[in-house]
Write a protein that binds this ligand. Sequence first.
Ligand code: 1SD
Ligand code: ZN
Length: 273
Amino acid sequence: QASEWDYNAEGDNGPADWGKRFPKCNDTASSSRQSPINIVVDNTKYNASLPTPEFINYDVAHATSNLIISNNGHTVVVTPKYASSDSKAQIKYKGKTYELVQFHFHWGSDSKRGSEHTIDGKHFQVEVHFVHYNTDDFNNFNEAKTEEGGLLVYAQFLKSFASSANAGYQEIVPQFEKVKYKGNTTTIPHFKFDTLLSKVPDRIYSYPGSLTTPTCDESVSWIVNSQTVEISQDQMSKFLELKSNKGETNEDLVNNYRPVQKLQQRTVETNVP
Ligand code: 1SD
Ligand code: ZN
């Protein structure tokens, strides 16, 4: 089916073939700005005036709003459903305000793979993407998604290392067994999203890129937090129980990361010398 894509290197629907059916996914033009990328620390450019992203309402646990957790076959997505009176989670960055629409995960079968971005060639086992759209210039996510300056994605790496559970991720990860198969959905009360992030300000990497899944629109301002968050091995094991289909066959949902793309003409900026 023409709209299908997956992460298998074998077969016709894997990342190397996405560009055939989704032309924006090609990284070959010198003007291309595809994501993810390998961040070579020595080649990043220190910018003393690079602003620190400002997190707004990430520290509010709304009593009335919910989070929808769903398995879409490619990842697990967590989407806030706000009551009209609720103040929404936002990031302010470079003078624009971006509203959080969802966050989701990319992960690997072992600690040597999983993240989409790499730092000096090194993967982390999990990368969480907090997807935001620019509410100053666009009416909704779908309008923003295809336009330059439309989206901001904040990336947080996780590694399974700690013996005790990470309290923030413990709000979500135990729910994974309720969304084991593609199409499964569950709802939990809102909690404070800042518990999912390493403490800011950190060293961040900032660069212009794209969505990492088809249709690979080149509309994303990426902020990659260099500092990792630790989860427990028990929490990591919950990721590895997820399935990418409806349960007819036993297909693990794992290694759902796109390989790194060509940097082309871009510069990665950092806020720490
Ligand atoms: O992979 C996600 C995809 O699931 C969807 O959330 C998309 C936004 O429509 O964003 C990409 S990503 O670039 O944040 N990985
Ligand atoms: Zn993503």
